[in-house]
Design a protein around this ligand. Structure first.
Ligand code: AHR
Length: 352
């Protein structure tokens, strides 16, 4: 691993100031004093105080800009990895294409960055490029989605949401909701607008919801198709579902933006949705626009996925700089929101 020479005491101070993986879903990024201080007090290669600022260069291979969640995630990295905080961020938007992410990682290696951070579009196909990073001595940190690799020493650690749990929370919520409406024993027809096939968020949410579906013999999954986590594709997929099935009770959208597209399609087809409508609409992420949609009566519930990973990754980097161990798998606490809650009040302090 490459060596850096930032004062350990100050790095620890910076670490402590960063937001840990916690239940505080709305905590804003720490972009302030401790980071600036740590960056200002650095040492030269020979371990001698130079007083000069030595920035830690971080290459971030981002998935794209497909959703409100992704925008908040990008903002979290950009506001954390600033020069004031002691970093130089090289940001790459892969436009949801794995080949673009692989190119970005190779370019980070060529530029000899200090750390590579990847939010992988899909889980498989990373071995070769991670081996190249390892050979170059550049630590790789995974954030948001995971990778399936045969040798987990190819990356330092991963931090993100528990997608299976999110899917199970959604299924359990639906069971309680239907029960409360006196529909617990009714036949319930469900369609799912999946995320990008092969992405951890798709795999986990599909599996988690499926675990609860199995427990309800009266729930029928009519169809599942990918909406690629975008509003436009979510709308297209829902339009096609509505043409194929005239008795949909629930649409499970594997992110909020695809739910917004589904709602547009439902309304365009002359149907209604939300708590007083024909079709129950649920999403994942819990972005501000989902709160607005629930308040407007269109969406029923949203299952949280926290995008504020910038400070969490910065904390990991500071620990690695200090030669500390980091936990290999770091889950973030997440919640859910539905129309039974005081959404206006929650929205007032919502960070994303
Ligand atoms: O990997 C997280 C998922 O990716 C979010 O649910 C979605 O909005 C984003 O595109």
């Amino acid at each position: 691993m490459k060596k850096r020479f930032v004062s350990i005491a100050l790095m620890m101070a910076m670490s402590a100031s960063m937001i840990a993986c916690s239940s505080n879903a709305d905590a804003p990024a720490d972009t302030t004093a401790a980071g600036t201080e740590a960056a200002a007090d650095t040492e030269g290669e020979a371990g001698e105080e130079t007083g000069e600022k030595e920035l830690i260069t971080v290459g971030y291979a981002q998935v794209g800009a497909e959703s409100d969640w992704r925008t908040a995630n990008t903002e979290s990295f950009k506001s954390t990895f600033t020069e004031e905080n002691g970093y130089k961020l090289i940001f790459d938007d892969a436009q949801q294409k794995q080949e673009n992410q692989i190119k970005a990682i190779r370019s980070f290696i060529q530029q000899d960055v200090d750390y590579i951070v990847v939010a992988p579009v899909v889980e498989t196909g990373w071995e070769t490029v991670l081996e190249e990073a390892k050979e170059a001595g550049i630590p790789v940190i995974l954030s948001d989605r995971q990778m399936q690799v045969s040798d987990d020493s190819l990356y330092e650690c991963w931090v993100g949401g528990n997608f299976i749990k999110e899917g199970e929370t959604c299924g359990n919520w639906l069971a309680d909701y239907l029960e409360a409406q006196g529909r617990g024993e009714e036949d319930i027809n469900i369609v799912t607008i999946q995320g990008t096939i092969g992405a951890s968020a798709q795999i986990g949410r599909t599996e988690g919801f499926g675990n609860i579906l199995e427990q309800h013999s009266n729930w029928h999954m009519l169809d599942m198709q990918s909406g690629d986590f975008t509003q436009a594709k979510g709308q297209e997929v829902m339009e096609s579902f509505l043409k194929s099935y005239d008795d949909i009770d629930v649409v499970v959208c594997e992110n909020d933006n695809s739910a917004f597209g589904a709602i547009d399609a439902i309304k365009a087809a002359g149907k209604t949705c939300g708590p007083d409508g024909d079709i129950i609409v649920v999403g994942f992420d819990s972005v501000k626009a989902a709160f607005e949609s629930m308040i407007a009566g269109d969406m029923n519930a949203t299952f949280e996925c926290n995008p504020l990973h910038g400070p969490r990754v910065a904390e990991i980097i500071q620990k690695l700089e200090a030669g500390e161990e980091v936990e290999k798998i770091q889950y973030v606490d997440e919640s859910y929101f539905d129309t039974s809650m005081d959404l206006e009040t929650i929205l007032e302090t919502r960070a994303y």
